[in-house]
Design a binder for this molecule. Structure first.
Ligand code: SF4
Ligand code: SF4
Length: 416
């Protein structure tokens, strides 16, 4: 796409954004893969349309306020990045653009309040737990609370698990094969602490010792993807400082966090070397287990059909598609079954289900329906956001299919 975006030498973001825009050749291959284009059928709600809008704003021909509704409806699912034959870095463009336009786009009072609540509570397990406990008091009145605040209540679990303090160190069982650090995640620690415990047990079982840095903080993905670029930079710098260097990998078990860690060089363009070093060590648990070679768990007592849903930030964001399926298939007795449109977003997308509840609800319903049609006994995935959204919509459709993280299924197999 031809453009007149001013490129400032001292501003690497301007170069990255201009480069993404100029590599788009308008072919439209990305359009059928874009959930919002599928849903709304508008060019401006497609990747190509959004690239055009961002170009116009960066050139000064359109205000950020005019473009905001279309950019806000982008899930950041990165389906378009996978589909694009020209290698357009839409992911970089939209992240940098959101940070650049945040101060000029104009937000209403409720949007500002919502954003403040999200950015304050979600990155802190302590505050998020309090927010969940307070929100629980309002759930009986859910029907009377519309829009984003109502959608927030849908995410409150019926039973909030007790807080779990993770050990700072877990030794390897048997012969030591490696040493890793674990990023514990924020919301996940509150909503499903069992995922981290299962991750620690599985790594130890596979001969891997694990350190869990106590001073670690939020990965920054939430801030980066909601336009709070400076907060994301601070969170990334903090993690680079507090994670140890003497590990083979920094393990994540939430797709959004893993994808965020891999974006550190983009957010910290002025600290490229440490950011690149850190990002290169970030690895999803399924990718790491595949790399070291899984110690096979015992066969299940009875066979089981397990469906697998691709979290966008694992499949499109990190290119991790086969590894979780291969891990599940190595459990003797597990039959991995496909679900229709497995790599189409479920509508969770970080805070999207709160900020765009209408579209997110329709996507969640479609995903839940596809899972029910797969006729599996368990649905597996690798991201807490997807798990919450999928479980919410499965229950609304009357399905009791258990929603599990891939590593929880593996852990249960080791313990069987
Ligand atoms: S990130 Fe997803 S929603 Fe956004 S333009 Fe790309 S495919 Fe569409
Ligand atoms: S597929 Fe790539 S090059 Fe083609 S319109 Fe979409 S973003 Fe542009």
């Amino acid at each position: 796409m031809q453009h007149k975006i001013p490129i400032v030498e001292s501003d690497p973001a301007s170069r990255s954004m201009a480069s993404a825009v100029e590599s788009c050749v308008h072919c439209g291959f990305c359009l059928p893969t874009c959930p919002t284009y599928q849903e709304l059928g508008e060019e401006m709600d497609s990747p190509r349309g959004r690239i055009y809008l961002m170009k116009e704003v960066l050139e000064g021909g359109l205000t950020a306020r005019e473009a905001a509704p279309y950019i806000d409806r982008c899930l950041g699912c990165l389906g378009c990045v996978t589909a694009c034959p020209s290698g357009v870095a839409y992911d970089e463009l939209v992240t940098l653009y959101r940070a650049r336009s945040e101060n000029t786009r104009g937000r209403g009072l409720s949007s500002k309040m919502l954003r403040r609540i999200i950015l304050t509570t979600l990155p802190s397990p302590r505050l998020f737990r309090i927010a969940m406990q307070v929100s629980k008091l309002f759930t009986p009145f859910r029907k009377m609370i519309p829009g984003s605040f109502g959608a927030m209540l849908d995410l409150v679990p019926k039973h909030l698990p007790s807080a779990v303090k993770l050990p700072e160190f877990v030794p390897a069982e048997g012969r030591r094969r490696g040493r890793v650090a674990l990023l514990a995640g924020c919301a996940q620690q509150v909503l499903a602490p069992e995922i981290n415990l299962a991750t620690l047990r599985v790594l130890s079982k596979n001969g891997i010792e694990v350190v869990v840095p106590v001073e670690q903080g939020c990965c920054g993905a939430l801030a980066a993807h909601t336009g709070a670029g400076e907060i994301a930079r601070q969170q990334a710098s903090h993690n680079i400082k507090v994670f140890p260097d003497d590990v083979d990998a920094v393990i994540t078990n939430a797709a959004g966090c893993g994808s965020g860690l891999k974006e550190y060089p983009l957010w910290l363009a002025d600290r490229e070397e440490p950011a690149q070093k850190f990002a290169a060590r970030a690895m999803d648990i399924s990718q790491y287990l595949s790399k070291i070679g899984l110690i096979r768990p015992p066969a299940l007592a009875r066979s089981m059909r397990v469906a697998y849903h691709d979290a966008c930030h694992l499949s499109h964001g990190q290119g991790v598609r086969n590894e979780p399926r291969e891990i599940l298939a190595q459990i003797e007795g597990v039959e991995v079954v496909a679900i229709q449109d497995s790599d189409i977003c479920c509508g969770s997308a970080g805070t999207y289900s709160i900020e765009q509840p209408g579209i997110a609800r329709r996507m969640g319903q479609r995903k839940a329906q596809a899972i029910i049609e797969a006729d599996a006994e368990i649905i597996a995935m690798g991201n807490i956001g997807c798990m919450t959204q999928v479980e919410n919509h499965l229950r609304k459709l009357g399905s009791n299919i258990p929603v599990k993280h891939t590593v929880e299924i593996l852990d249960a197999a080791y313990q069987s």
